[in-house]
Design a protein around this ligand. Structure first.
Ligand SMILES: *Cc1c(COP(=O)(O)O)cnc(C)c1O
Length: 393
């Protein structure tokens, strides 16, 4: 590793870590090594250790080194999706172990813990991780992992990573943080004590809504060895082109995140004053219940904004169907702005009573604020908010 965290800043690492000019031609951009296998120099002598692309591929290795550096980590492994990365972490556990999982985690993660991994004798307990005492009380001698997302989706609740990491470590459990929403540009969980950082690279890391991918980063060589071994043994690996696309995205991560945040802050402040809006949820607002923690553990507030529109589902529908620049779609983290309705779209699998209980009301709208011109985003939302539902009677 010639471009190491600590020696170079984030912007420089994003462009150079793992990405030295290619040895034979000097190509400035890491080539797409679209090959499954490698001619060996002699019996049992693969060149530079490359023998088969499920095990290792030079394009993937460059990307893994880059994402590791951006998280201030030593080791990275890449997967064909965020869920593939999440799945790989489970190979640190055994039947009989318990996991404490945030009660407001990504729907796919919830489904994975409740409908896949529980069948293998791994029990999960869903706890509000914003409450450190509640997490502590949920630990049993069988608890081997604490799984945290912060901020959460779509309510943008924050958990204290430093306190939770200390707790997990004192209990001899792994602390895993899904850092998809903040990206390493705004939050570095390893620095706060986490063992593993998880990413859906589909979101901010790739950043252009054109690739599905996942990644894990750790500083612990034993964990990394297990992750690398299982990456190869299970095989949820990304192809070289997907690695190349994600790495291309990483080069502009810092610039994009700054723009996402600049637009998000201005929109959140403007929405807070809007007469059609009941409440705005954004960690960068002083009105956010975890604003102080946000300032302490993150270096920015990100590009996700949620708000509750007055008039419930009917009014929400007319806003969601009324925007032109904000596209009505699931997912997040791309350069284009997206708008979605958690109760009907991403969180529909949660029963209505439970949704209302945790705050996912029918008037709740989630924005993934892109990097278009702020004025266009504002105009677009304003027009949609002003298009009142007309009574058909
Ligand atoms: C999208 C997402 C995932 C799943 O990632 P995929 O790339 O879709 O498999 C996991 N966690 C969070 C927070 C996400 O937003």
């Amino acid at each position: 590793m010639s471009f190491k965290p600590g020696e170079y800043s984030f912007e420089t690492l994003a462009i150079h870590a793992g990405q030295e000019p290619e040895a034979t031609t000097g190509a400035v951009v890491v080539p797409i090594f679209q090959t499954s296998t490698y001619a060996q120099e002699g019996l049992g002598k693969p060149k530079l250790g490359y023998d088969y692309s499920r095990a290792d591929n030079p394009t993937r290795a460059a990307y893994e080194e880059c994402i590791a550096a951006l998280e201030n980590g030593k080791y990275g492994t890449a997967y064909s999706s965020g869920m593939g990365a999440i799945n790989n972490c489970m190979y640190l556990l055994q039947s009989g172990d318990e996991v404490i999982v945030g009660d407001d985690v990504y729907g796919g993660t919830f489904r994975f813990f409740t409908k896949v991994i529980d069948g293998f004798g791994i029990k999960s307990k869903f706890i509000d991780t914003t409450d450190v005492a509640a997490v502590e009380a949920a630990f049993t001698p069988k608890t081997k992992m604490l799984w945290v997302e912060t901020p959460t989706n779509p309510l943008l609740k924050l958990s204290d990573l430093k306190a939770l990491a200390e707790l997990a470590r004192s209990k001899g459990a792994y602390m895993v943080v899904d850092n998809t929403f903040m990206s390493p540009y705004f939050q570095k969980p390893l620095d706060l004590g986490a063992h593993i950082v998880v990413h859906s690279a589909t979101k901010y890391l790739g950043g252009h809504s054109d690739v599905i991918g996942g990644a894990l980063v750790t500083n612990d060589s034993e964990i990394h060895e297990r992750m690398k071994f299982c990456q190869k043994s299970v095989g949820a690996v990304p192809g070289p082109f997907d690695c190349w696309l994600t790495m291309r995205g990483l080069k502009t991560l810092a610039v994009r995140m700054r723009e996402h945040e600049r637009n998000a802050i201005r929109l959140a402040q403007w929405l807070e004053e809007h007469e059609q809006v009941e409440r705005v949820i954004y960690p960068g607002l002083a009105s956010h219940p975890h604003h102080e923690l946000a300032k302490k553990q993150m270096s920015g507030f990100g590009g996700m904004v949620s708000f509750i529109v007055k008039g419930g589902l009917e009014q929400a529908r007319s806003v969601l169907e009324g925007t032109k620049v904000f596209l009505l779609a699931e997912s997040l983290g791309g350069v284009e702005s997206l708008i979605e309705h958690p109760a009907i779209m991403t969180h529909a699998s949660i029963p209505k009573e439970r949704r209302e209980e945790i705050g996912i009301s029918d008037g709740l709208i989630r924005l993934s604020v892109g990097i278009e011109a702020f004025e266009d985003l504002q105009k677009d939302l304003d027009a949609a908010l002003s298009s009142r539902v007309t009574c058909g009677c």
